[in-house]
Design a protein around this ligand. Structure first.
Ligand code: ZN
Length: 231
């Protein structure tokens, strides 16, 4: 079993969907001391495809491609020699998270996304505008899922293989659309650890919150391990 950690922003002030740089550093240090190494989501998918999960491996995911991730998480993870997967909302790059007006965060611009890609981070897709996909007519949901892939492929020059459902909102039809668009792995907001045999388009994650330091992360990992074991 293996954890895919779910983060949003990294910064000092706003508490909502944010961790401090100090907390992120301490969480990385703890994982390192425990013998973990980090891989990207597509590297995990490759292991799932070939039928084996490496031990002591973790995936860092950052939803929404927020600016603090570029400023803080990139250099922190670099100190450990680790890379992460960032899920970008392609029509909001360079703007703000206007889909969540009460908690606005600044979003990375195109150049910053390209720079993360050059640094070996994986860029994943998180739709064009961050809608609830199940509430859209099928053709609009298709466009949100397919065109985001095209946009990010054009920006990075690489194939985009990872997807993340906004708000974790999905049904069978949405999952089939994600598959048909050529994505190989996709993250949900369901809590738990990834196991051999899991559907790679329905991966559970472990959410990390503002108040979690290293011990908070340890507690969340333990809880996720229990959920997953007890089914
Ligand atoms: Zn999101």
């Amino acid at each position: 079993m293996l954890p895919v950690l779910m983060y949003h922003n990294v910064g000092e002030r706003e508490r909502h969907l944010n961790v401090s740089p100090q907390a992120l550093y301490r969480q990385c240090r703890l994982l390192q001391i425990m013998g973990f190494r980090a891989v990207t989501l597509s590297e995990l998918q490759e292991h799932l495809r070939t039928g084996g999960l490496p031990r002591r491996t973790v995936v860092f995911t950052f939803d929404d491609a927020l600016l603090g991730v570029y400023h803080y998480a990139l250099p922190i993870l670099q100190r450990f020699g680790w890379r992460a997967t960032v899920f970008a909302v392609s029509q909001k790059l360079g703007g703000v998270t206007d889909w969540a007006p009460r908690h606005r965060h600044r979003v990375m611009n195109r150049e910053q996304i390209a720079e993360l890609h050059r640094q070996g981070w994986e860029i994943g897709a998180h739709t064009l505008t961050h809608p609830y996909l199940t509430r859209l007519p099928p053709e609009d949901a298709w466009r949100e899922i397919a065109q985001c892939k095209d946009d990010l492929q054009e920006l990075t020059g690489a194939e985009i293989l990872a997807f993340c459902y906004p708000y974790g909102d999905l049904n069978n039809q949405i999952v089939q659309t994600v598959r048909a668009c050529g994505y190989e792995s996709a993250c949900t907001t369901r809590k738990g650890l990834v196991r051999i045999g899991d559907d790679p388009l329905l991966l559970p994650r472990v959410p990390v919150a503002y108040s979690d330091g290293a011990l908070g992360l340890l507690y969340r990992l333990w809880r996720a391990w229990r959920y997953t074991r007890l089914g």
